[in-house]
Design a protein around this ligand. Sequence first.
Ligand code: FES
Length: 121
Amino acid sequence: MTRSVRLCHVDELQERCARGFDPQQSGRDALFLVRLDGELHGWLDRCPHEGDTPLPYRRHGYLNRDGTRIVCFAHGGQFDIATGQGLAGPCLGLALTRVALHVGSAGEVLADLDPGAAGRP
Ligand code: FES
């Protein structure tokens, strides 16, 4: 069953910045948001190269230096921020899993979570 969870306010995320969230308080971020060209994109923090591997080398460290691509720091896989498609490295031809987002009337960013998909064991 899908449920909506508040992540942050829409103004809290700067352009070409990423932020991880642990909405189920598992002790590890399960998803992250990235703002690009004013749009927010939500992705599960799971690299498609190797199962459940988290992408960042440190908390919130999902992007390359100039903030143009999502990077998995395990083996250097790179992804398009807007589409989640693998662009380079071992993730070429693979894709991140999108998290559906909504912005509420007060500017709150809500994620639609399927506990089976966004949760951590
Ligand atoms: S686990 Fe992400 S590139 Fe290998």
